[in-house]
Ligand binder design. Structure first.
Ligand SMILES: Nc1ncnc2c1ncn2[C@@H]1O[C@H](COP(=O)(O)OP(=O)(O)OP(=O)(O)O)[C@@H](O)[C@H]1O
Ligand SMILES: [Mg+2]
Length: 224
């Protein structure tokens, strides 16, 4: 599903150059559930952004679903990102002026799905995350945990190959964090591929593999 070799990322140049990734090799088979841990600044978010095709590496190979990602043009990359990948962020990133249903429909609108079909799909996804009773609420009218559940429903809208989550429980209390992780657990059981960054060992414990980063490199891996 995912294979990277010798991946590097350098921000800036000359004396100001920051070597965020210094040669990362990793394979993630379909259906895997991977947690990425490591100190602040160790390159976790950079790595996730590259896997999620939000950024390009400075060097190294990246194959996603059999495709050489580096060789894709920007519009092909955007297309891959919109149609095949799902994202969940610490800050939820919902559109504040749109209601919950509309937020989840958004990726389907970009994908050109007809309105009846996308409404039905968005509603089903919101029911799956336990928010069938909140369809017309605005994001600000929801708790943090509920907002993150909307973000997860939105990430699932296009039935993505992989879900990338960067500290999805970082802004949540313990109870909401556990509810969110139960949802990731269910997605994993249903066969979804998940790559999740977290600082918390309790959260990482839900994953099948835990990869530890330090100074832009993988230094250790644990597998269940
Ligand atoms: N857009 C950027 N421009 C310049 N430097 C950057 C940029 N993004 C990240 N960096 C630098 O790259 C390094 C890795 O950053 P990254 O955000 O990947 O760390 P992280 O492991 O996610 O940290 P945290 O746990 O604090 O989120 C850091 O030194 C950071 O300052
Ligand atoms: Mg980060």
């Amino acid at each position: 599903m995912i294979r990277v070799n010798g991946l590097t990322k350098v921000y800036g140049s000359g004396d100001a150059a920051v070597h965020a990734l210094r040669g990362v090799d990793l394979e993630i088979p379909e259906g895997d559930f991977v947690a990425i841990m490591g100190p602040s600044g160790s390159g976790k978010s950079t790595f996730l952004s590259i896997l999620g095709c939000l950024e390009r590496p400075s060097s190294g190979d990246y194959y996603l679903d059999g495709r050489d990602v580096n060789s894709l043009e920007d519009d092909e990359l955007a297309d891959l990102r919109n149609k095949k990948l799902g994202f969940v962020f610490q800050s939820f990133n919902l559109l504040p002026r749109h209601n919950v249903l509309r937020n989840v429909e958004m990726p389907l609108i970009y994908a050109g799905v007809p309105s009846d079909e996308r409404r039905k799909r968005a509603q089903e996804l919101l029911e799956q995350v336990g928010l069938g009773h909140r369809l017309t609420h605005k994001p600000a009218e929801l708790s943090g945990g509920e907002q993150q559940r909307v973000a997860i429903a939105r990430a699932l809208a296009n039935n993505p190959l992989v879900i990338f989550a960067d500290e999805p429980t970082g802004n949540l209390d313990t109870k909401s964090s556990l509810e969110i992780m139960e949802i990731f657990q269910q997605m994993h059981r249903a066969g979804r591929t998940i790559v999740l960054v977290t600082h918390e060992p309790d959260i990482a414990a839900y994953a099948r593999r835990v990869i530890h980063f330090r100074d832009g490199k993988i230094v250790r891996e644990e597998t269940k």
